[in-house]
Each structure stands twice: as structure tokens, then as C-alpha cells.
Design a binder for this molecule. Structure first.
Ligand code: SAH
Length: 470
């Protein structure tokens, strides 16, 4: 796998500063899937070229279970294009080896980072599933001149036709950080090989590195969908984040559904009771720094802000639209600085480990778990109880037994169209007890809302407290 980047900016060896790699020295880096080497085939004042070469550890790669299982022919696991074709492995290597350059930092020469310079990137073998047309649709809107020459499947047998591999040269007057971010996101899109992902959880990264340009890219849907191939639920989430006025807006649908749920639950002012119960439970744990996970439009945050015990409140949600509404409803812009500083709204997903969520006294997860598909519920459990690991966690979820008492709810239906499940009290208790057991917490349950003697209350709450392990 080979990528070269050249410039004719003068002095051309500035490329070394930008890449944080000395042109005079070849360097190697260990990656989880092999080795990356950086060297400069040429380094003159007028022209400088840096090369990133990746050696894939094919055997380790198969052992690691990342090869294609049982498809095609028996040796396909070992004999395939991965060592040669630019793919998500190339992207990961770019991020690892040129991470500082990718993020646009250069302490020694900050002005250089911001300067567009003449750059040419060449990929020796880029698989372009979708052909040259897609290659052009991806790079030309970003300002590149694209040259592509397609390789035959086998030069000795021209009748076999073309391969999907191209040698591709991209030229532009651009910032190096932009070039790297375009390559980082778009190489795996063109490769589109569903069998091989360096890491199945590479959802946040393309979005983060594409933030500046992806929302306006005419092919953004193709880009996101291909990136997240076979992971439909991820696609939805990712598109929601990139949603623009002109695109169908999944968040707007979410909002409409929330209204529906409110209509079902309205006569009881259940929501107020829920916020009061959760705020009360958090207060009793003695927590000062708290998280509201899946904070939505900020209803719990509002209740928490009214209590001075909570010195720091961080809300996190995957829906940008909800965060915007929360920001407006909480009137954050106009608060006194001391009040303003108590509250932070974070954009993120609860199903990934997130360092920003570590070190809090307590977390609330109000009416969120029922929105997660079962495999993501497992990921959420680990992200929260294993990694973020707050001293206490309050979780609420509907009690499905109670649904029978709602006139406006047809028998057997869920309260909200986006709910993946609704649990009975026994089901919730089974999940919560198992989670507590797995992660060293104790758990206690309480009802929220008017209690029916047989069916319980409309909302169920679990309070987890971290066992003292001293
Ligand atoms: N806790 C709020 C909102 C509940 S609705 C309240 O009680 O008012 C569920 C919320 O969970 C929505 O705002 C939705 O965007 C959010 N959500 C769903 N899946 C999520 C995920 N994977 N990561 C973060 N937030 C998520």
C-alpha cells in the first residue's frame, strides 16, 4: 500500500515540517495490522515527496478474525488485495502516522498549516468501486484535478478485462490538513470492501475529520452510506448529524414521535414526576458533578440547574437538533457566566467509550435505553458502567405492563414508535441486576407515577450505586 505526497511549494522541504517527519530520516511505526514506513524519495528545494508505505501483516490479520470468512475460494483469507490496495487501513495509518498534520497543527510553523500550497497525492492502487465516475464525483467538488489510470486484471490476459484498481493522482492548491482529511475519509469510501474494517466502530472518526467539508459535499449521502456499509443503524445516526435544511431530517421525525409519546402520557404529567424523581435520586446520592445521558431537549438539566448542590451538569445527546433546542430552552446564552459554566452540552453517542464522560459523581439515563437496539444496549452498558463508571447511575424506562391502562394506546403497541422494546418490571429488574453484578454496582428499584396495584407504575427507575471496593 503506497501513498506519496509531493509539493512544489518553495522551499519544498517545508513538507517535512507539515508532516512532522524529517525528510532526512526514514521512520517506521507499528500499527495493529502491520507496519507503516515514512520516507522521502526526493527532498529538494523545488520539489519534495513524502511516501507512506504500509506493510500489512496478512497472517496476523487473518488470525485476528478480520479476514473474509468462508467466501470465495479457500485461500482468499490469505490471498487478497489487502496488502496492496488503499483501504481503511491506509486511513488508519494516515491518522496514526500523520495525526498532527491531519488535525492541522504545527507548533513551529503555524502560518504554514493555514497556507494552501501546490500538492499532489498519488495512490498506487486505489480500488474504485463505482469506477472513475465516482472517483471524480468525490474529489472534484473538493477542488482536485483528478488523473486516473485503470489497471487491467492481468496484463498478460487483456481479455480478462479491467480490475477495480486505479493509479490515482490528485492535484490541488490546498492545505495539507485538508488533503489528508479528504484522503482519510474518501479512500475507504472508494474501496467499499465490506469484509475488512480495521475497527467496526469507526463511525465517529470520518464525521469528525469531515466536519469542515462533508456537510456541503454533493455526495455526502453516498460517502456516509458506504463508510458505514452494512450498519444501517449507524448510517441513520450519522446522517442525522449531518442533516441540513434541504435534506430529509430524521431529527424532525424524532421530535414528532416525542410529541406522540407525550400525548399518550400527558394526562398524568408523568414527565414532571419523572424529572422530580430523578433529580431527587441524584440529590440523595450526594452527587455534585452529574451527567445527563441522552439529555434530549434538556428537561432534566433544567430541573438540576435549580438545585445548587449540582455544581457541574453535562448533557450529552446524539441528536444535534435536540441539543440546539436544549441550548435555547435553557437560555444558556443569556445566563450569568457562573451559571453558564455549570452546564455543558456535548454531542456524542452513548454506545462508544467517551473519555469526556469519565470522572463524574453520578449519571442519569432518562427514557433512553428503550431507544437502543439490543446489541447497542450491550455497548452502552460497557461505555457507561465499565468505562465512564460514575459513582451512581439512575436509569428510567417505561413499564410495559402499565400500557394496558392507557386509553389512547392500542393494545400491544409501544408508547413511542422509536422504542425498540418496552420492558415489564421483571424484565427491567433482570437486566439491571445483571448489569450491577457484572460491573460491581448495587441496584434498587422504585416506581414513578401513580401505581396500579397489579400493573405497577407507568415508569420504572433503577438506582445503581458503585460498591465500595476499598
Ligand atoms: N432524557 C430526555 C430525552 C429522552 S428521549 C428526556 O427524558 O426528556 C431519548 C433521547 O436519547 C433522545 O434525545 C435521543 O436523541 C437520545 N439518544 C438515542 N440514542 C442515543 C445514543 N446512542 N447516544 C446518545 N443519545 C441517544
Amino acid at each position: 500500500m503506497l501513498l506519496t505526497i509531493s509539493t512544489t511549494h518553495t522551499p519544498a522541504t517545508d513538507l517535512g515540517y507539515l508532516l512532522h517527519k524529517n525528510p532526512a530520516r526514514a521512520q517506521s511505526f507499528d500499527l495493529s495490522f502491520g507496519k507503516a514506513h515514512v520516507f522521502y524519495p526526493e527532498a529538494g528545494d523545488e520539489r519534495c515527496t513524502a511516501a507512506l508505505m504500509i506493510e500489512l501483516d496478512t497472517v496476523g490479520f487473518v488470525r485476528g478474525g478480520r479476514g473474509p470468512a468462508g467466501e470465495g475460494f479457500a485461500l482468499r483469507q490469505y490471498v487478497n488485495d489487502r496488502p496492496y490496495a488503499a483501504s481503511s487501513f491506509m486511513s488508519v495509518a494516515i491518522a496514526r502516522v500523520f495525526g498532527t498534520a491531519l488535525s492541522g497543527r504545527c507548533a513551529q510553523r503555524p502560518e504554514l498549516v493555514e497556507t494552501p500550497i501546490p500538492l499532489t497525492a498519488t495512490l498506487a492502487a486505489l480500488p474504485c468501486r463505482g469506477g472513475e465516475a465516482l472517483l471524480r464525483r468525490l474529489f472534484e467538488p473538493l477542488g482536485y484535478r483528478v488523473e486516473a489510470s485503470r489497471h487491467p486484471l492481468d496484463p498478460a490476459f487483456p481479455e480478462w478485462g479491467d480490475s477495480p484498481y486505479f493509479t490515482v493522482t490528485l492535484s490541488a492548491n490546498a492545505r495539507l490538513a485538508d488533503l489528508l482529511s479528504h484522503l482519510y475519509v474518501l479512500i475507504p469510501v472508494l474501496d467499499d470492501e465490506k469484509h475488512y474494517w480495521v475497527d467496526a466502530e469507526e463511525v465517529e472518526k470520518p464525521l469528525r475529520h469531515g466536519e469542515a467539508w462533508l456537510p456541503a459535499h454533493p455526495e455526502r449521502e453516498t460517502i456516509v452510506q458506504r463508510y458505514l456499509r452494512r450498519r444501517k443503524e449507524y448510517t441513520r445516526e450519522a446522517l442525522a448529524r449531518l442533516a441540513e435544511e434541504d435534506a430529509p431530517d430524521p431529527d424532525a421525525e424524532e421530535e414528532a414521535r416525542n410529541r406522540e409519546e407525550e400525548t399518550v402520557e400527558a394526562p398524568m404529567r408523568l414527565n414532571d414526576a419523572r424529572m422530580a424523581a430523578v433529580a431527587g435520586a441524584l440529590r440523595e446520592t450526594g452527587a455534585r458533578r452529574v451527567l445527563d445521558l441522552g439529555c434530549g431537549e434538556g428537561r432534566l438539566i433544567k430541573a438540576l440547574m435549580a438545585d445548587r448542590q449540582f455544581t457541574e451538569i453535562a448533557g450529552i445527546d446524539v441528536s444535534l437538533r435536540s441539543l440546539e433546542i436544549a441550548e435555547r430552552r435553557l437560555n444558556l446564552e443569556n445566563l450569568a457566566p457562573r451559571q453558564r459554566e455549570r452546564v455543558r452540552l456535548l454531542h456524542g453517542s452513548l454506545v462508544y467509550r467517551d473519555r469526556r464522560l469519565e470522572g463524574y459523581d453520578a449519571a442519569a439515563v432518562v427514557e433512553v435505553i428503550e431507544h437502543l437496539d439490543p446489541p447497542r444496549l450491550v455497548a452502552f452498558e460497557r461505555a457507561l458502567f465499565e468505562f465512564a463508571r460514575p459513582g451512581a447511575v439512575v436509569v428510567t424506562t417505561p413499564n410495559s405492563e402499565y400500557n394496558a391502562l392507557w386509553e389512547s394506546l392500542p393494545a400491544g403497541s409501544l408508547r413511542h414508535r422509536d422504542h425498540r422494546f418496552e420492558w415489564t418490571r421483571a424484565e427491567f429488574a433482570a437486566w439491571a441486576n445483571a448489569v450491577a453484578e457484572r460491573h460491581g454496582y448495587s441496584v434498587a428499584f422504585s416506581p414513578i407515577g401513580p401505581e396500579d396495584p397489579a400493573l405497577g407504575a407507568p415508569t420504572q427507575m433503577a438506582l445503581f450505586t458503585l460498591n465500595d471496593t476499598r
